[in-house]
Design a protein around this ligand. Structure first.
Ligand code: MG
Length: 492
């Protein structure tokens, strides 16, 4: 263990951190349990596991809201940025646990467990009717949750803040004001791309792509002594501890780009967690600060780095050495394959140009749901209309429309906008960093990482997202940077 002691100066904060160890340890166990659930847990264990998770969640709530702990946090007078971060993060968590009645938390857990199961079946059969009553209950709970948590202008603000500290509907309206331009942009871009790229149909041996992923992750700087790469139904990153960050990817047997880019995406998430200042170890500011900032790191590596011409040209021979079929394709063709732009029905299949439009659609619907401006029964129709307006395609089945995402079944209302923030912020970070293509061409990935570590990663949750973004890039979140990035990449 190389961790240094936390930079706490005041005795109250030192006491808080001592007590926090218990919460930290339970959260560590919860993280490992979650990871296992999505990777290797035997099927029959799911109910038993659910019980364990519920007990551990309650344990954290109990520890967080313990009167002595609460009064310590409330009376603390933080003396430096680290201490202010600790107190800010804890106050947010404490408030959250205090405002939600335990019966509500239990009800939400029960309703979403049922809704998740119903969603899985409904999606499989593309049967929205069977899911609708569950969704009705979930949305009703989210509206009640907003009332418990409180808000100033809009009930949706209460939920947005959970995923992105301080984010409001007003911010989102500003952020998504680029949607119209985005929509126009891809209409120009799309004529340049084939309906289907032959590399999408090239089959591969899974061991080859595993080898390629490992090679690329090593080049980018993934520390295998502090992490693992596994396989799951949907790629994800689970931070267990500062010295244990796990990522997954997937293998489909063809279209190797999907596996490689998923691994690189998750690498970006993992790097953020691994690079937090070691002196923050086991404190409330040890983790990444928000979903949006996190997603900016994954998208930086996935889109800005791995989907760049420099990357494809520089790694062409590395890829070809592992995947013999690439000898039939030029670097230019591989680059085209990495940067295909095409309207898609499914968000997770969307290219980087379309992606934020998929998110915008969900944002608009969630906002209407929170305003009770739309009934659950109207959602499939509304989804189709918006999809046609924004992306230019219309789903024929609900499984490819309103039923495609897991989020709502789990009660994650307010989560989606962070995906767009991630895309936009990645471009903004790239601009602040400068000369990214040049550095990629020189394989100077450690140089890129050093900048990200210094400006973003090392701070963990010490600064609220808005402040971190300003410190890192010199400006507030500015979606114009994303448009600039796309224009340069796809229209130049
Ligand atoms: Mg991600």
């Amino acid at each position: 263990m190389r961790a240094q002691s936390p930079p706490a100066e005041t005795p109250e904060v030192r006491e808080i951190l001592k007590r926090y160890r218990e919460i930290w340890a339970v959260n560590y166990a919860r993280a490992l349990i979650s990871w296992d659930m999505e990777t290797y847990m035997p099927e029959a264990a799911s109910r038993e596991r659910g019980e364990v998770r519920a007990e551990l969640s309650k344990m954290v709530q109990r520890l967080m809201t313990h009167p002595e702990f609460v009064s310590l946090v409330e009376s603390a007078r933080p003396a430096n940025d680290f201490e202010r971060g600790v107190v800010r993060v804890l106050k947010r968590d404490i408030e959250y646990y205090q405002k939600l009645p335990p019966e509500f938390v239990e009800e939400e857990a029960r309703v979403t467990t049922e809704a998740f199961k119903a969603w899985e079946k409904a999606k499989e059969k593309s049967d929205f009717e069977s899911f609708a009553p569950h969704l009705e209950r979930v949305f009703d709970l989210q509206r009640r949750k907003a009332e418990y948590l409180g808000y100033e202008d809009h009930p949706y603000d209460a939920l947005l803040d959970r995923y992105e500290e301080g984010l409001t509907v007003r911010d989102c309206e500003r952020i998504f004001s680029v949607a119209g331009e985005l929509s126009d942009l891809f209409k120009k871009v799309r004529e340049r791309y084939p309906e289907r790229h032959p590399l999408e149909d090239e089959g591969y041996d899974r061991r080859d792509v595993e080898r390629l992923n490992r090679h690329v992750l090593t080049l980018l700087g993934f520390d295998f002594s502090r992490g693992r790469v596994d396989v799951s139904a949907h790629p994800f990153t689970q931070e267990v501890g500062l010295y244990d960050v796990r990522i997954t990817t997937w293998y489909h047997g063809r279209d190797f780009r999907r596996s490689l880019l998923a691994a690189v995406h998750e690498f970006g998430h993992a790097a953020y967690e691994m690079n937090v200042d070691e002196s923050y170890w086991a404190t409330p500011v040890q983790g990444g600060v928000s979903y949006g900032v996190h997603e900016s790191q994954s998208r930086f590596w996935e889109n800005v780095v791995a989907r760049s011409r420099a990357y494809v040209e520089t790694l062409y021979w590395d890829m070809r050495a592992v995947l013999p079929f690439l000898s039939r394709y030029s670097p230019e063709e591989v680059y085209e394959y990495f940067t295909l732009v095409r309207p898609e029905l499914i968000r997770v299949e969307a290219d980087e140009v379309h992606y934020p439009l998929h998110v915008y659609l969900r944002y608009r619907i969630e906002k209407m749901v929170m305003e009770e401006a739309v009934g659950v029964g109207e959602l499939p129709q509304l989804w189709g209309d918006m999809m046609e307006e924004l992306v230019g395609v219309r789903p024929e089945k609900d499984s490819e429309g309103v039923l495609q995402d897991v989020h709502w079944s789990l009660g994650y209302v307010g989560y989606f906008p962070t995906y767009a923030i991630g895309s936009f912020l990645a471009a903004q970070v790239a601009r602040a960093l400068g000369r990214v293509e040049e550095r990629v061409r020189a394989r100077d990935f450690s140089g890129l990482m050093a900048w990200l570590r210094e400006r973003v990663h090392r701070w963990g949750s010490v600064y609220p997202p808005r402040e971190l973004i300003r410190r890192a890039t010199g400006e507030d979140l500015n979606p114009e940077r994303f448009l600039e990035y796309l224009r340069e990449k796809y229209l130049a």
